[in-house]
Write a protein of this length. Structure first.
Length: 334
């Protein structure tokens, strides 16, 4: 059984600097799946920063999110401080029991259920999820990018108790989202992240979607003002920018292919990923991470794999050139 208390994450440049030196401005952080070419956030109105957000602002942001995610009538939506906030609240929806998590995956799901007194079991695929009091599926999965069809996840949801579907990386590839089918799945919660695809993770905005009954409980657990005014403002405008989202999906798909070619030319094998990150088998993840860190490029390794290294997509041509240079035969031989 994997240690579900382990809380390693991407994005910790402090760890990179402690090991390899430099200042934050020197580094290109590819250790996360956050879009490095973000949605262009407009200037914040002064009132958004000065005043507490009211119910109308929460409702407006939730309504735009329901539309953006294709959620139908009867689906409730709760803005939260990132999908992470929802992950911490969801175990309280039921008395502690047995939860099955498709893995390996984002470790905070297991950590949150463990902290709430649940017995966590990791299973390899959807077929192993029957018989639990709750189940968790990350779709697309992090870090390997595995995807399950809407029909497969809906069938799972129809025959189980509490079902949590984390779609934090679904914006880049929305066809498999369960949101359009949520109206007929009253025991299912879908989690979405604004910060990753829109490249504004520091705003801390995400959403939980599901039945009125389930979302009402989460709303009480979250308490008032669970999201800041600036996050609600950005979410309402960003999620409504359909043209930007469509263009970004096209760009990310092309950039993912570009990154695949780059790492394969370096002798690494692409074993998975999404439109926001690629997972490579490097043979020796520690050596590969150190190679890139020597050129101030931070990547993500995993304690359960000796070879896996995850890379986010560079956001500018200068970042692409820096990564290409770091992976070039001339640099790797030094």
């Amino acid at each position: 059984m994997r240690d579900h208390g382990m809380r390693d994450h991407g994005g910790d440049l402090g760890a990179a600097i402690a090991r390899f030196g430099g200042a934050p401005a020197d580094w290109i952080d590819l250790s996360t799946g956050i879009n490095r070419a973000p949605w262009p956030l407009p200037p914040l109105p002064a009132a958004v920063v000065r005043a507490l957000p009211d119910r109308g602002e929460f409702a407006a942001c939730a309504a735009v999110a329901r539309t953006a995610y294709g959620a139908g009538a009867g689906v409730a939506c709760l803005p939260l401080a990132g999908a992470q906030a929802a992950i911490r609240l969801v175990p309280a929806l039921r008395p502690a029991g047995r939860v099955g998590v498709v893995g390996p995956t984002y470790n905070e799901h297991a950590a949150a259920f463990t902290a709430a007194g649940w017995q966590v079991s990791e299973v390899a695929d959807l077929a192993g999820l029957d018989g639990f009091d709750a189940v968790v599926v990350v779709n697309p999965n992090n870090p390997d990018g595995r995807c399950w069809s809407r029909e497969a996840v809906a069938a799972l949801a129809a025959r189980n108790g509490l079902v949590v579907v984390d779609e934090s990386f679904a914006d880049a590839e929305p066809a498999g989202s369960l949101c359009p089918a949520l109206g007929g799945l009253p025991r299912t919660i879908v989690l979405r992240s604004f910060g990753k695809f829109y490249g504004l993770a520091g705003l801390r905005l995400g959403f939980a979607l599901g039945s009125d009954a389930e979302i009402s409980v989460l709303r009480e657990l979250a308490g008032p003002w669970a999201v800041s005014g600036p996050a609600l403002f950005a979410g309402r405008l960003g999620l409504a920018d359909v043209a930007w989202a469509e263009a970004t999906r096209v760009r990310l798909a092309a950039d993912a292919r570009r990154l695949d070619r780059l790492v394969e030319a370096a002798g690494w094998r692409v074993v998975g990923g999404t439109g926001l990150f690629r997972l490579c088998d490097t043979g020796d993840a520690g050596a590969a991470q150190a190679l890139l860190a020597g050129r101030r490029i931070w990547s993500r390794s995993f304690p359960y794999s000796a070879g896996w290294l995850r890379l986010g997509l560079p956001g500018t041509e200068a970042e692409w050139e820096a990564l290409a240079d770091a992976l070039s035969p001339a640099h790797r031989s030094r």
